[in-house]
Design a protein around this ligand. Structure first.
Ligand code: BT5
Length: 251
């Protein structure tokens, strides 16, 4: 059994917790090393997008993983992390979050958390940095996020308890990451994700993979986490990267 032993380093301010942890990983840091910052001055999303990270308004967190599962299963790390955030938000703040493929946690259809998993090369081998940004409050958020983002404070109506959420997150990450390394773990993670996500099946969505835009009904996940999309012609597309958004049907 893989036992993850998180050890947390704290910083007041960093450009990006993922970037700092990648630097430490290249110097030989061990699996489980984690970073929390009070603010990020260059927080990142996927495809070099910006993750808004004002001081004190979020939990900006990264953890270093050195998985021993076959590399074609590494995309499932993002799904295990999303399940861990959903558990932590539930346990610590009683929030029932939805999961949008592949890396968003939603509360009331607005984004409360984003996950960014990045594969890196280190002298000790290939590794993964999982970055997690959970919005605690919406203080100092840019105006363009007001309709798409939410926070723990907005979802609960109470001041958020960052340390309680962090402790729950570390426990949940340890559980789901261990499960991923068990013999039937990958199937169980896909099944759990499918159970928890309203996007897993029968959801009318639009997918933009950077080259093409498709519309269709979601139809479950492949064993490696790819999203199946049934298009109006009955063709099933497999989505391995891209942005998914819900489309309201005309009726
Ligand atoms: C993500 O990207 O959702 C991954 C975000 C990961 C952030 C963490 S924080 C700790 C660690 N260190 C880092 O530097 N990053 C990780 P993506 O799916 O590409 O979504 C990015 C988009 O979400 C942006 O283009 C905005 O539209 C929106 N966005 C930006 N900041 C947001 C926020 N705080 N809350 C909700 N939405 C946000």
């Amino acid at each position: 059994m893989t036992l993850l032993k998180p050890r947390v380093l704290r910083f007041e301010s960093l450009p990006s917790t993922n970037t700092e942890l990648a630097r430490l990983a290249s110097e030989g840091a061990e699996e489980g090393l984690s970073i929390v910052a009070d603010e990020q001055t260059a927080g990142r999303g996927r495809l070099q997008r910006t993750w808004s990270s004002p001081k004190g308004a979020g939990l900006y967190f990264s953890i270093l993983l050195r998985p021993t599962i076959p590399q074609d299963q590494w995309p499932l790390i993002t799904f295990a992390a999303a399940l861990a955030v959903a558990d932590a938000l539930h346990e610590a703040s009683d929030i029932q979050a939805d999961i949008k493929w592949p890396n968003d946690l939603l509360s009331g259809e607005r984004k409360i958390c984003g996950v960014l998993a990045e594969t890196i090369e280190t002298p000790a081998g290939r590794a993964v940095i999982v970055g997690i940004g959970i919005n605690l409050t919406q203080n100092a958020f840019p105006a363009e996020l007001s309709n798409v983002a939410t926070s723990v404070a907005a979802a609960t109506g109470r001041p958020p308890e960052r340390e309680v959420i962090l402790a729950a997150l570390l426990r949940a990450l340890t559980r789901w990451y261990s499960l991923l390394h068990e013999p039937a773990g990958p199937e169980k993670i896909v099944a759990a994700w499918t159970n928890r996500s309203s996007y897993a099946s029968d959801k009318l969505v639009q997918v933009n993979n950077g080259n093409e835009v498709w519309q269709g009904l979601t139809s479950g996940l492949e064993p490696d986490g790819a999203l199946r999309l049934k298009t109006p012609t009955g063709e099933v597309k497999l989505v391995r990267a891209g942005d998914v958004c819900s489309v309201r049907s005309a009726d």
